[in-house]
Design a protein around this ligand. Sequence first.
Ligand SMILES: [Zn+2]
Length: 257
Amino acid sequence: MADSMVSSFWGPVTSTTELCEENYAHSSYIAEFYNTVSNVPCVFLALVGLVNALRQGFEKRFSVLHISNMILAIGSMIFHATLQHVLQQSDETPMVWEILLYLYVLYSPDWHYRSTMPTFLFLYGAAFAVVHFLVRFQVVFKLHYVGLCLLCIPRMYKYYIQTKDMAAKRLAKLWVLTLSLATLCWLFDRMFCKKLSHWYVNPQGHAWWHILMGFNSYFANTFLMFCRAQQRGWEPKITHLFGFLPYVQIQKPQKRE
Ligand SMILES: [Zn+2]
């Protein structure tokens, strides 16, 4: 029957979260066009960060952090393109893993028992993935995620007040600014969705959340790389790629014979 022609390549929406963007409006292969393509800047920025970390020999944790940002953005693209429940979890579970990774990077320099923290965080992440798959948290997922993010803030603040370098301090301010703007966009999209649907142009608040969070992760990682390089005595300084994108340049001391 002509009526039952599938206009959505991925079939009916099975995800429990539906965003404000109209489904399959631009392509029958992409459920939410803007929410999908808005993850591209995050992948690009994470790639820049990864190349910088590898090229200058930063510790592996930073490569893992950039790769996890990349996986997160790709998972989000796949989820928004398909709106399938199983892929919703491929977006949400890595979000939790990534925050656990940030907790490790932030707290491990002062941790006395070296192997307990990564072991605990690994087990926590694995257990969360299984329980989330079985229980399909919704509100609990969001509250748990916000709780984990809040745990990062006191240590970020400590690093901020310890840093004397103005350019690095600016990175921390940009981190706060992008996080605040992204949260506003996310809330705006969720709270006024019904009204927005009647507007001539949908401002795509969720897509802006993706773009701003891509920059937010990049600023966080760059600031943390600066702080870590300072702890290791690598004389870090902030320079700019293409004249505007900040990154950390280090000078490792020559090893004596
Ligand atoms: Zn999203």
